[in-house]
Design a protein around this ligand. Structure first.
Ligand code: SAH
Length: 388
């Protein structure tokens, strides 16, 4: 592949020097590369700034791969994949499902690989990543000898790149369903179906901690396939788990059966309604888990999202017995940690509860984020305890 040049503004050069990996199209002064090409990036005085994926469609026109000049070929990709794998070998234990490659967080922009035992799912979310799909699959096969590699390119963000949404088998033959261990518990996984490749792997360490700290009567409000519920069931006397999706509750029940967990009641309901009802009924719990979907998907939704977070956290705090535990999360990238803490502080004040912070946590270590790129940190998870 011939290397083509892109010229960027001084402002964009500063951004890259500060460690950011994205250059917006408004900062690209010239580039006549093919969609998805790897380009050498220069400033207006022809000083080299980095090598990057070029996208002809997205507002993120360039994604920096490295600050070093030179050809980006197979050895580069294999090196980055090996580095990603070396990290997982250190931070993932007792678990068969985890994120092997976390895009920008692993210096592999717009590339995501999840492992479900010996089944791999791959997402190539930009034109550049999509163009090297074949090479990535080959490298992954060589590295891990997986049973199969599935393309989970049904993520909406691909539309921003004018890439088709598609799911398919790229290698081997794909089981419709398999069972994978997470923290020593079994979960059914459908690698080619389900939200976000079937599991919310980013909460794994938080689920482990929830299990350590949970007790008594528990309520899990956005339970999906039972990730938190089944973890805390091991330490609680009784768990009520609700989700608005019937599909989710069906999978959660199957997962509970698989683990011979009998102290969880799963029900389809709206968490907002259920929390309000229990507040009116003066029901009390010792442990509550709130892991809602992202209420803010863009800046314009922020105010409404904050009202939503405040509402559920306020109700949950009112429902807790003194000494009770609240595990509360936001996966909205727009809501940073200080903002989230602020919302919870307001909720606690309105609920007239005094609250201790036991842990401020984030996405699991197999979802590393970049120090220099706040966009890569999206999950905030607080472990709180009500004093009185
Ligand atoms: N805690 C889960 C992941 C939760 S994902 C885990 O550990 O795996 C968010 C879930 O919230 C989805 O399953 C979605 O169906 C559910 N949900 C969205 N809005 C809801 C609402 N108003 N009430 C209850 N559940 C809701």
């Amino acid at each position: 592949m011939d290397t083509v040049k892109a010229i960027i503004s001084a402002r964009a050069v500063e951004r890259i020097k500060a460690g950011h990996l994205w250059i917006y199209s408004s900062d690209v002064l010239s580039c006549d590369a093919m969609p998805g090409a790897i380009v050498a990036v220069f400033d207006q005085r022809n000083r080299f700034a980095g090598m990057a994926f070029y996208s002809s469609e997205s507002v993120i026109a360039l994604r920096v791969l490295t600050g070093k000049e030179g050809e980006i070929g197979r050895p580069f990709w294999v090196g980055r994949l090996n580095q990603a794998q070396a990290l997982r070998q250190r931070v993932v234990a007792g678990t068969e499902m985890y994120r092997l490659v976390n895009a920008e967080g692993d210096g592999l922009p717009s590339i995501i690989v999840d492992c479900y035992g010996d089944v791999l799912t791959l997402q190539t979310l930009s034109q550049g990543a999509d163009r090297i799909k074949g090479l990535l699959v080959e490298a992954l096969i060589e590295m891990l000898r997986p049973r199969c590699v599935i393309e989970r390119n049904d993520a909406k963000v691909r539309e921003l790149e004018s890439l088709p949404l598609q799911v398919g088998v790229l290698h081997g033959s794909c089981p419709q369903e398999l069972v994978c261990q997470e923290n020593g518990l079994g979960f059914h996984v459908s690698p080619a179906e389900g939200q976000k490749t079937g599991a919310f792997l980013d909460q794994r360490e938080n689920r482990w901690w929830a299990r350590q700290l949970a007790f008594g009567q528990a309520l899990d409000c956005f339970c999906y396939a039972g990730g938190f519920s089944i973890h805390v069931a091991r330490s609680c006397t009784q768990v009520e788990a609700i989700d608005i999706s019937e599909e989710a509750i069906k999978s959660a029940k199957r997962n509970a059966e698989l683990n011979e967990v009998r102290n969880v009641d799963f029900e389809v309901d709206n968490a907002f309604d259920r929390l309000r009802l229990y507040d009116n009924l003066k029901r009390r719990f010792d442990t509550i888990v709130l892991d809602p979907p992202a209420f803010a998907k863009s800046r314009s939704q922020l105010a409404g999202a904050l009202r939503g977070y405040k509402e559920i956290n306020l109700r949950a705090l009112r429902l807790l017995n003194p000494g009770g535990l609240l595990v509360t999360s936001t996966c909205s990238q727009q809501v940073d940690e200080p903002t989230f803490l602020n919302v919870i502080t307001e909720a606690a004040a309105d609920a007239r509860r005094r609250v201790q912070v036991l842990q401020k946590r984030t996405q699991a270590q197999d979802h590393p984020f970049l120090l220099s790129m706040p966009e890569t940190l999206y999950l905030k998870c607080l472990f709180l305890r009500v004093i009185d």
